[in-house]
Design a protein around this ligand. Structure first.
Ligand SMILES: Nc1ncnc2c1ncn2[C@@H]1O[C@H](COP(=O)(O)OP(=O)(O)OP(=O)(O)O)[C@@H](O)[C@H]1O
Ligand SMILES: [Mg+2]
Length: 278
């Protein structure tokens, strides 16, 4: 469904030199699948996503969606891509226009794509979407500021779902939210995936969540995919030091165990030549 092939990308640094951020990335999302992309901060996850959404042009390589070359598409093909592939970003405080009412935010896509010309039908559709994400019609005239972070992300998800996408591309969709509501939003995404048979490309830091909801995962280290496969296997039994370090960094409920791991990491990082991963 989404096929990323040989993707490379570099940026020009402030000093004018070229810094390669992605190197020969290959990644596939199949219909109806939740595929995960994990890696430490700065490893290039959002750059992969921006290239996949056609927001950033790679230096080389290709992104194709259901046969559409995302970076060459024009006209009806581009419209189809924009209808069928929807992003959900990390920060619902930044991604929702604060001046728009919830009704406008959710029905914007319906208007742009002229999917429901009848205003009453559009309104019904907005109510249906709000209920689907656990809100109700009373949200419609209000602005994003009236809602908590978790509710805003529900609104962002309703907005993404409005025009019937087949693929959601989620860049750390819960990491800006209170821990207490993260699981609810993850459950909502999983429920929507099942109900609507969506495919999801899911970028996250929290490997326990990735293991729970993603069938396959790729691990990104400094712009290179260093491991990929079934998430149970990659995240369960990986012997690769970088992946193990990501797993060790997952917050855990047991404070003593958390302390033990922290001390172990610190002593490695402090040892001569230690890079913190061995
Ligand atoms: N527009 C840009 N210009 C220059 N450098 C950039 C640009 N966008 C990203 N980078 C650099 O590319 C690298 C990868 O960034 P990216 O945002 O893709 O990482 P990430 O894995 O999403 O990190 P995080 O987990 O913190 O969101 C970083 O070193 C970043 O500084
Ligand atoms: Mg990012």
């Amino acid at each position: 469904m989404l096929e990323i092939r040989g993707l490379s990308k570099s940026f020009r640094s402030a000093a004018g030199t070229s810094v390669q951020v992605l190197r020969d990335i290959n990644f596939t999302v199949r219909p109806g699948q939740i595929a995960g992309l994990v890696g430490e901060s700065g490893s290039g996850k959002s750059t992969v996503i921006r290239c996949a959404l056609g927001l950033q042009r790679p230096d080389s390589g290709s992104v194709s969606y259901d046969g559409i070359d995302v970076h060459a598409a024009r006209g009806p093909q581009l419209m189809r891509f924009r209808r069928e592939v929807q992003p959900v970003f990390q920060d619902p405080y930044a991604s929702l226009n604060p001046r728009m009412t919830v009704e406008r935010l959710i029905d914007e896509g319906l208007r742009v794509h002229r999917l429901l010309p009848d205003a009453a039908a559009r309104r019904d559709r907005v109510v249906e979407l709000l209920e689907m994400v656990g809100l109700d019609a009373s949200a419609m005239p209000r602005h994003p500021r009236a809602f908590s972070g978790g509710q805003r992300q529900r609104i962002a998800i309703a907005r993404a779902l409005a025009i019937g996408p087949r693929l959601l591309i989620c860049d750390e969709p819960v990491s800006a939210l209170d821990v207490s509501v993260q699981a609810q939003v993850i459950n909502l995404l999983q429920e929507m995936q099942e109900r609507l048979n969506l495919a999801i490309l899911f970028v996250a830091h929290d490997l326990a969540v990735v293991r729970h909801i993603c069938s396959e995962v790729a691990v990104l280290e400094r712009g290179v995919i260093v491991e990929s496969g079934k998430s149970d296997e990659v995240l369960g039994t990986s012997q690769y030091p970088y992946t193990r370090a990501l797993l060790e960094a997952v917050p855990i409920a047991d404070p003593l165990e958390a302390r033990r791991r922290r001390c172990a990491r610190l002593s490695v990082a402090a040892s001569p030549g230690g890079n913190g991963y061995e």
